[in-house]
Write a protein that binds this ligand. Sequence first.
Ligand code: NAD
Length: 295
Amino acid sequence: MRNINTIGRSIMAEILKGKPAADALNEKIVNEVNLLSKINIRPALAIVRVGSKPDDIAYERGAVKRCEKTGVAVRAITLPEDVSQSRLVEAIQKLNEDRSVHGILLLRPLPAHINDDLIRNTLAPEKDVDGITDGSLAGVFVGTDLGFPPCTPQACMEMLDYYGVEVKGKNVVVIGRSTVVGKPAAMMLTKRHGTVTICHTRTVDLPGVCRQAEILIAAAGKAKMVSKEYLSPGQIVIDVGINFTEDGSMCGDVDFDQAKEIVAAITPVPGGVGAVTTAVLVKHVVEAAKRQANV
Ligand code: NAD
């Protein structure tokens, strides 16, 4: 990666787009799918959606499109918003037992009457392609291939790899400590030998901590909160946030216009990490199919 923005020079940041990284992943996926077809295996994803939240429908549409593009089969299971917990457990168990399904994506958050911990741990770990079971998360924590890592933090790693950003020995700051993004991202970065600080709502002097980062991962879910006082020259910024402004336009957690004048490189929103997340999901489905067939 070119470190183009050094102190005293006002050169625009390099924009780390997600599409080339996603395209590179897609190419590998298509090759794997072709190889598997020679032994009569077609990787298949089941998407379980409860209700009709626009966010869920948009994500489902993106995942279906990505599967179709790469030759992965996809099956959508839609249940009503008021589905009973036992009915949902039953639907997941059926997919766990179905040998033609290799990966299961359960769209969350689930409605309030459903016990999220119980449902997510109903998934068979070997089919848990978005890393939501305790088993998958333990795999991230201990650094083994138990289950799969959650797709979004894995997409951050794919972006760092694609753009040749070395993590080893770097001071890395992660804003956010959710089990979906912040915590697993911090574990993955530690595994890559980064010196990682996890920040959250109680962090004292968040801007000061962030300014010390060489790599900054923003996953707070707060529109444009990372403004110029959080940033310093030379930083690589990965913006995971997906937020909507009052006029309905999508933006990240980072104030992109301010950041691009300061940092060395930044992922845009839209068109950054989000573009890679579904590619990672499909990669996991293919990997799951290989593991289940022992190839
Ligand atoms: P979350 O609400 O579960 O967690 C947010 C975390 O950020 C919390 O740990 C909280 O402590 C921290 N936080 C919130 N406000 C803060 C503040 N002002 N200062 C410091 N820390 C603060 O959200 P999440 O599920 O982890 O998602 C984070 C963001 O990533 C959201 O915008 C979400 O839409 C986005 N997201 C993107 C993708 C993708 O594919 N790009 C996928 C999943 C989530």
